[in-house]
Design a protein around this ligand. Structure first.
Ligand SMILES: Cc1cc2nc3c(=O)[nH]c(=O)nc-3n(C[C@H](O)[C@H](O)[C@H](O)COP(=O)(O)O)c2cc1C
Length: 207
């Protein structure tokens, strides 16, 4: 899936998501924020200038967002994304109200909307994680010129002695039976069992 498609799931199917910011002491705080619009340039949300969330947001202009849909862990997909945010003022405010008609119940008049400010998460990276199938499926994505920082583990084939230790401890059978061994990172759950058991340190942690 493209980043745009994944962000679209966040907006259309999940919509109410959890945003993490940090407070003035540098401590994390979460709150529920709706993803109002998405496009190839990121995602858009709004808040009111009087909120503490607004203060936390404008102090750092960086957020981490998670949302999920499903009923029960093994039927759930989750999307997490984090990145840089900017205010776009009242730009796209009318479009947000058109596409999210419930907003008119919360802010019924033009006057009451004066406190609202629209923000764009314009550069970020994230992950789509599908636990509705086993092994789970995960996909990293980025947008706005951000690079994807690969996480998880990889096998250094120069060092691997093909002993099968890693394969025997992988709970989701993501390591190839064939030599050179490879980890299928799209299904890996990052438990680190392979890393810990490898007798020659051929399994490397990515950061
Ligand atoms: C389903 C749901 C959606 C919400 N969406 C938004 C939103 O899009 N923007 C917003 O500012 N607050 C939204 N809120 C309210 C915030 O979650 C709430 O104001 C926040 O927890 C307050 O944080 P603060 O006191 O730190 O500012 C929503 C609340 C719920 C329950």
């Amino acid at each position: 899936m493209t980043a745009k498609e994944i962000l679209n799931i966040l907006q259309r199917d999940i919509h109410s998501t959890v945003f993490a910011t940090v407070d003035e002491k540098g401590l994390p705080q979460t709150c529920v924020i709706d993803v109002m619009l998405t496009d190839e340039n990121g995602l858009y949300f709004l808040t009111a200038q009087g909120k503490s969330f607004y203060d936390r947001l404008t102090r750092q202009l960086f957020v981490a967002v998670s949302g999920m849909k499903g009923s029960g862990t093994l039927s759930t997909i989750a999307i997490s994304v984090r990145g840089a945010v900017r205010s776009i003022g009242k730009e796209r405010l009318n479009e947000i109200f058109e596409q999210n008609p419930y907003m008119a119940d919360i802010y019924p008049t033009e006057k009451s909307r004066s406190a609202l400010e629209v923000f764009q998460l314009y550069k970020g990276e994230g992950e789509y994680f599908d636990l509705s199938q086993l092994p789970p499926c995960r996909q990293s994505f980025s947008f706005g010129g951000e690079t994807i920082h690969e996480t998880g583990y990889r096998i250094n084939t120069e060092k691997c002695i093909a002993c099968q230790g890693c394969q025997s401890v992988c709970p989701q059978h993501c390591i190839s039976k064939t030599i050179p061994r490879e980890i299928d990172r799209s299904h890996c759950i990052h438990c680190g069992n392979c890393f810990r058991i490898c007798p020659v340190k051929a399994v490397e942690k990515l950061n």
